[in-house]
Design a protein around this ligand. Structure first.
Ligand SMILES: NC(=O)c1ccc[n+]([C@@H]2O[C@H](COP(=O)([O-])OP(=O)(O)OC[C@H]3O[C@@H](n4cnc5c(N)ncnc54)[C@H](OP(=O)(O)O)[C@@H]3O)[C@@H](O)[C@H]2O)c1
Length: 284
């Protein structure tokens, strides 16, 4: 492996995913094609979008404009919260492919479990994702924001084990209980908001580690994630930061430093986003 190349992580279905990608949450559709184009030029080969982000079309446009083969870029999208009923999920997935002008996705996720909606039934939604995988329109299927109880229910009632579970994780919120379930069941963990939307970057411990290793705070936090084995896709619309965040495979953190960053975990108090057990937002 070249010093700065992105490792592939093997998934439980035989596919693989680049461990570092580029996230496009909260990127205005008008800015998305430029930001994704910059990321692809720098060398990112994995883009994380969602129906909820409203910028799938621009992600597809940027992949085509890059001149790369479709097969060289790993693209993820996610089912929006209003479409958990099987027929709605089928239509929404077809709309994603149409928007992106792709004939397949690399990974498609249930964005949120919404256990308080749809009579708590995310299993029939999951079975529709199994259909998409069987008919070849998606290579891998997974979930996002699933807690241990939700994963246990899928294990009991469905055929396919999710390839990944995309969850909030960063030094202030290690999310260890879910990560350890994922690990024990060969589910890849994807860490969303890996730098807590910037909030961990001026933490004195993070700043101190960055000074010691001669890297930026964002680089040491992203490096901490990859050494934990998680998949990350930091978001930025700033070209210099997009490049900075890519430069994390030519240094390592020693065990003591990994532990120091891990000790910033505040448990539930460190969670920045919504709690998946109660989150019930359905966009209009
Ligand atoms: N499944 C889910 O429910 C879920 C939820 C949230 C996020 N996600 C996914 O995870 C991705 C990443 O999470 P996120 O967008 O919430 O947050 P994030 O990647 O942790 O942080 C993004 C923020 O940090 C800033 N930033 C990025 N790189 C930086 C650097 N090197 N130095 C200083 N500041 C930097 C960005 O600013 P600028 O853009 O101004 O440079 C932006 O404000 C999302 O884009 C999305 O794909 C998924």
């Amino acid at each position: 492996m070249a010093a700065n190349s992105v490792p592939d992580i093997s998934l439980n279905d035989g596919n693989s995913i680049p461990q570092l990608g580029f996230g496009v949450f909260q990127i205005d559709p008008k800015e998305t094609a430029r930001a994704v184009g910059t990321a692809l030029e720098i060398g990112y080969r994995h883009i994380d979008t969602a129906q909820m982000y409203g910028n799938e079309a621009e992600v597809g446009e940027a992949v085509r404009a890059s001149g790369l083969d479709r097969g060289d870029v790993f693209v993820t999208s996610k089912l929006n919260n209003g479409f958990h009923r099987p027929d709605d999920a089928r239509k929404a997935f077809e709309r994603s492919l149409r928007e992106m002008k792709f004939d397949y996705l690399d990974l498609f996720l249930i964005h949120w479990p919404l256990p308080t909606l749809y009579d708590g039934d995310f299993v029939s939604t999951w079975k529709v994702l199994e259909e998409f995988q069987r008919d070849g329109r998606v290579r891998s299927i997974g979930v996002s924001n699933f807690q241990v109880a939700h994963l246990e229910r899928l294990a009991a009632e469905a055929d396919v084990v999710p390839a990944v579970n995309q969850i909030e994780a960063h030094p202030y919120f290690g999310n260890e209980e879910v990560r350890s379930y994922d690990r024990a069941h060969q589910i890849g963990t994807e860490a969303w908001s890996p730098i807590a939307q910037g909030k961990v970057l001026d933490d004195p411990t993070v700043v101190d580690v960055a000074e010691q290793v001669g890297r930026t705070p964002a680089q040491v936090v992203l490096r901490w994630h990859v050494q934990r084995g998680d998949i990350v896709f930091p978001k930025s619309t700033t070209p210099k930061r997009i490049e900075e965040n890519f430069g994390i495979f030519d240094f390592t953190l020693d065990d003591a430093t990994m532990d120091r960053l891990g000790s910033l975990d505040q448990g539930e108090a460190g969670r920045q986003g919504p709690n998946p057990d109660t989150f019930d937002y359905v966009p209009d």
